[in-house]
Design a protein around this ligand. Structure first.
Ligand code: IMP
Length: 437
């Protein structure tokens, strides 16, 4: 018994919500370790679609306890809205949702500073989600952040908030020519929030440590994707946290030795929302077709996602950084109907071919993808439950991916619904092998 970490292997729109929802059926605890309400984890049941931004997708499995770890930046408005939505759907959160006392809070000035900074950057803007994520992590690492635990002591909270807001107002007014915020109103709002959040707050690393000792099984849910990692992603076009595997240890307080499986979620093609290099981007009718067929619009901001072919150079890099032990491929059905599929296997740069992923944007912006082509398929695969149900061309495509990455495939999603999944039990042929088609 240990920790299974779920990692987005691309730019963060891989469909982790559905996979976490499915895997939650077999674990005791689902714990989110980084990011904030910038994430959008979508779950579809029948005709209904829900998007979770902060609470782990495991909340819809009554037996599972859900944890928001210390590595998350918590937006009071977003978390209360989400708790309300979950209760309205008939699910209990009391005693099932635990929030780390060490998580940092998103404050109204974080969103306002982010908005002003993005506006000022103009053409070099990151294209953030506007949820205050970057400025909140800045305060965390500058040691000026306000944590959930600070809500407990009203006098200290008042003192800290007053100091922080006065400083941020000076920046907003002086640097960004933006409006400042009212100190007293914010204090009032956060004191009110404290009463609502109080029953959920605990020392979650202690809780997880005890759970591990008791042999409980934990699913650690990463938000965003490896290529948005602040260290390993396409900096500065990244988020301000560590979606990669190390973020699980620092964002939850679980030791690396407790991690026994690292599942990389890989969409059957690539997408990216926000700015930054994207070598396999398709700025043509095929890209538009993928966007429409895949419903590729950001789950948090609704922005159209940029679409492109699968990029094995980037995926091998993500696999190396995270030590992926298995893959879950999502949205394979979206490729149905394309005559030809392409997969990037190398980059051409400066007259040479390379398989190294250059995370420095100066190089990545200039590389040219080298592709191999695959025949497409036209059969409807949304009813496939076993490897053998997939058309030969689809099997060839996923097996190529499996062998190129050297990682077994544990699941293939063939539609948005829970039951639209080809799983390893039904498809042992997905294990890595040298043979296959
Ligand atoms: P931030 O995380 O809001 O600071 O945004 C930084 C970059 O990460 C932008 O390009 C966002 O579009 C992207 N981003 C943030 N969260 C997600 C996510 O959950 N999925 C995909 N992209 C994301």
């Amino acid at each position: 018994m240990g920790v299974n970490v779920i990692i987005g292997a691309q730019w963060g729109d891989e469909g982790k919500g559905k996979i976490v929802d499915l895997l939650s059926a077999n674990v005791d605890i689902v714990a989110r370790y980084q990011g904030g309400a910038n994430a959008g984890h979508t779950i579809c049941w029948g005709d209904e679609t829900f998007v979770l931004h902060l609470v782990p997708s495991g909340i819809f499995h009554e037996h599972a306890t859900c944890v928001i770890g210390n590595g998350v930046v918590l937006d009071p408005v977003a978390i209360m809205e989400e708790i309300r939505m979950i209760r309205d759907l008939g699910y209990d959160v009391d005693g099932r949702l635990l929030i780390s006392h060490n998580a940092h809070l998103i404050m109204p000035y974080h969103k306002r500073i982010e908005e002003a900074r993005e506006r000022m950057r103009d053409s070099s803007a990151i294209g953030t989600t506007g949820r205050g994520i970057g400025p909140a992590y800045m305060d965390k690492f500058a040691r000026t952040g306000i944590r959930v635990v600070d809500l407990l002591d009203r006098d200290t909270l008042r003192r800290k908030l007053k100091r922080a807001i006065e400083e941020k107002n000076a920046v907003l007014r002086g640097v960004y020519d933006a409006d400042g915020l009212d100190v007293e109103r914010i204090i009032e709002e956060y004191v009110e929030f404290d009463q609502l959040i109080d029953p959920f707050v605990t020392d979650t690393s202690q809780y997880l440590g005890q759970a591990l000792r008791a042999g409980k099984r934990i699913l650690a849910e990463g938000a965003q994707g490896s290529l948005l990692d602040v260290d390993f992603g396409t900096y500065p076009f990244v988020t301000s946290s560590h979606p990669t595997v190390g973020g699980c240890c620092t964002g939850l307080g679980v030791p690396p030795t407790a991690v026994d499986t690292v599942t990389g979620i890989v969409k059957a093609y690539s997408t990216r929302v926000g700015n930054g290099p994207f070598p396999t981007e398709l700025d043509d009718a095929t890209g538009e077709r993928l966007r429409q067929a895949g419903g590729e619009f950001g789950a948090t901001t609704g922005r159209p996602r940029r679409c492109g072919w699968l990029d094995l150079v980037a995926l091998r890099y993500a696999s190396m950084i995270n030590g992926l032990t298995e893959l879950a491929i999502t949205k394979l059905d979206v490729l149905t109907g394309l005559d030809e599929l392409k997969v990037c296997t190398a980059y051409r740069y400066d007259g040479k071919e390379t398989t190294r992923f250059p995370s420095e944007v100066q190089t990545l912006e200039k590389v040219e993808p080298a592709y191999v082509s695959f025949e497409g398929w036209s059969e409807d695969i949304t009813g496939a439950r076993r490897m053998d149900d997939l058309p030969q061309a689809a099997r060839r495509y996923v097996r190529f991916l499996r062998d190129a990455l050297g990682v077994r495939i544990s699941m293939i999603s063939t539609g948005p619904r829970r039951d639209q999944i080809v799983s390893e039990e039904a498809a042992p042929a997905f294990s890595v092998s040298t043979g296959g088609e």
